[in-house]
Design a protein around this ligand. Sequence first.
Ligand code: 5RP
Length: 268
Amino acid sequence: MSWGLQNRLSRFVRPRTGHTVMLAVDHGYFLGPTSRLEKPKETIMPLVPYADTVMLTRGVLRKCIDAATDVPVVLRVSGGTSIVGPDLSNEGLITTVDDALRLNACGVALSIFVGTSHEHQTLLNLAKLVDEGEEKGMPVVAVTAVGKELGKRDARYLSLCCRIAAEIGAHIVKTYYCDDFEKVVESCPSPIVVAGGPKIPEKKALELTADSMQAGAIGVDMGRNIWQSDNPIAMIKAVRAIVHNDVNTKEAWGVYEENAKPRRKKRK
Ligand code: 5RP
């Protein structure tokens, strides 16, 4: 690994713990103004002090994030599809590594769609990005997307996706948590971060985080389960406590409750 690549990586994978809390706010690239991310700046800025990196598109970065903000950035560089289009897996590269360098990003992220009709094209996108990332010192995060039609998140399928991403050269692989997750981690030579997925109750999302770490993930790349919470700051603090301070779900729930707004009492 070149010095530049290693240095960029260590800006968001904290050298003290070897772990990371990535804040995923890139959803608009195919979902548009999704719930609670309608005004990106208002959602993102209060969470920035608690994130090891924010993962977002160059458009939101340029328009919504103050250039003086001292947060490492991982740029989403694949896309070209939408939730109302014919096929979400038909992604191409939408941002160059040169633009990522201009934006002082410390990583780039793209999705691969194993088992879909666009498997080949998205895997070649990854290969091209890794070649350029190695040449220019830019870490690549491969996101193992689960196509709607696959509808499965089992260890066999996710191991296949993650291993292929690592074989092609991804520096970090992002995937979903599943039963027997340690099998996914063990068979993937690259470090794994876990996506949160659709919003679930806070305690469940903390459990997912703790179970992922227990199974060997190096952190999370979490979005909706943080910023769609009624208490996003409490939530990211609790996630941080698991990822960096090795607390269990019960202790993390304590962190959440300590930082959450008191619940309004129901009127009788
Ligand atoms: C979409 C992504 C998202 O960043 C990813 O799904 C993480 O966000 P969430 O925790 O909301 O699932 O990469 O392809």
